[in-house]
Design a protein around this ligand. Structure first.
Ligand code: NDP
Length: 277
């Protein structure tokens, strides 16, 4: 299984398809991540707020791949915004993951009401400079949050991990990120399942002899986005990375592009401030 890599603005390469573990229960995470690694995933997306970093770390250790072969992302919780708080949060995450170096460390949400994301970003800049995080980035950042980092800080985020799927294409945020040199990473890439029953998707799946989820993920890939689908169902986990033996034609791409309907499934980055992040 050969998954393309995307080269981030700092030269670091990230596998374009990763395995997301949001809502994978802590006690199931080791088994789920081991299974994902066994079918070829080399990029795992977790967060302190998912309470399953230990399971990710245990799976990495059990499978025993060379460290440089697996790309690991985690995120700082909303309640840990602030310079010192974020440095401490990073230590806790790297301990839970049993990793000295994390490949990508993200600010999970901007929480503009707390006005702490600039100081949090300063901590990520330090972690990057110290070599503890090979790349640093953001998640759920709106164009105004990216702009504030641009004017007040030094390092351009490597990625902005945001909600993108056929029913919620988030174009203003994706375009602003790309224009700033920030790679777009699509979370909830299947719309938590909502994208899979749209006729444009099921029609293309029938035409190509693949599953609706493969159509949607292939659509993301052809748009150049990084994707991090989540599943705990073994055949889905395997299918969700098997995206490189078929191609959507222009009409199939355009039909899915036309599904954008503002159907957000996650939180609103302008207001989201749950402490766990
Ligand atoms: P997804 O769009 O990945 O959808 C996951 C759902 O789709 C699950 O119910 C899963 O079921 C189902 N599913 C997965 N594959 C298939 C398939 N092939 N056929 C049919 N159904 C399928 O949503 P998530 O919200 O989980 O997002 C993915 C990842 O994005 C998260 O795990 C996390 O890493 C990241 N994320 C980041 C956020 C952020 O704020 N930065 C917010 C939300 C997510 P089942 O597991 O039962 O198979």
């Amino acid at each position: 299984m050969s998954v393309p890599v995307i080269t981030l603005n700092n030269g670091v390469q990230i596998p374009q398809v990763g395995y997301g573990v949001f809502q994978v229960p802590a006690e199931e995470t080791q088994r789920a991540v081991e299974a994902a690694l066994e079918v070829g995933y080399r990029h795992i997306d977790t967060a302190a707020g998912y309470d399953n970093e230990e399971g990710v770390g245990a799976a990495l250790r059990a499978v025993g791949l060379p460290r440089e072969d697996v790309f690991v992302t985690t995120k700082v919780r909303n309640k840990d915004h602030g310079f010192e708080e974020t440095l401490a949060a990073f230590d806790a995450s790297s301990t839970a993951l049993r990793l000295d170096v994390v490949d990508l460390y993200l600010i999970h949400w901007p929480v503009p009401s707390k006005d702490g994301y600039v100081q949090t970003w300063r901590a990520l800049e330090k972690l990057h400079a110290d070599g503890a995080a090979r790349s640093v980035g953001v998640s759920n950042f709106l164009p105004e949050h990216l702009e504030r980092l641009r004017t007040e800080t030094d390092v351009v985020p490597a990625v902005n991990q945001v909600e993108v799927h056929p029913g919620y294409q988030n174009r203003a945020v994706a375009d602003a990120s790309a224009a700033a040199g920030v790679a777009v990473e699509a979370y909830s890439p299947l719309g938590r399942g909502a994208a899979l029953t749209k006729p444009a998707v099921t029609g293309a799946a029938d035409e190509l002899g693949v599953t609706p989820a493969q159509v949607v993920l292939r659509w993301h890939v052809q748009h150049g986005r990084i994707v991090i689908p989540k599943s705990v169902t073994p055949e889905r986990v395997a299918a969700n990375i098997d995206l490189f033996g078929f191609e959507l034609d222009e009409d199939q791409m355009a039909a899915i592009d036309a599904l954008d309907a503002g159907e957000r499934t996650g939180g609103d980055p302008a207001t989201m401030d749950l402490p766990q992040g």
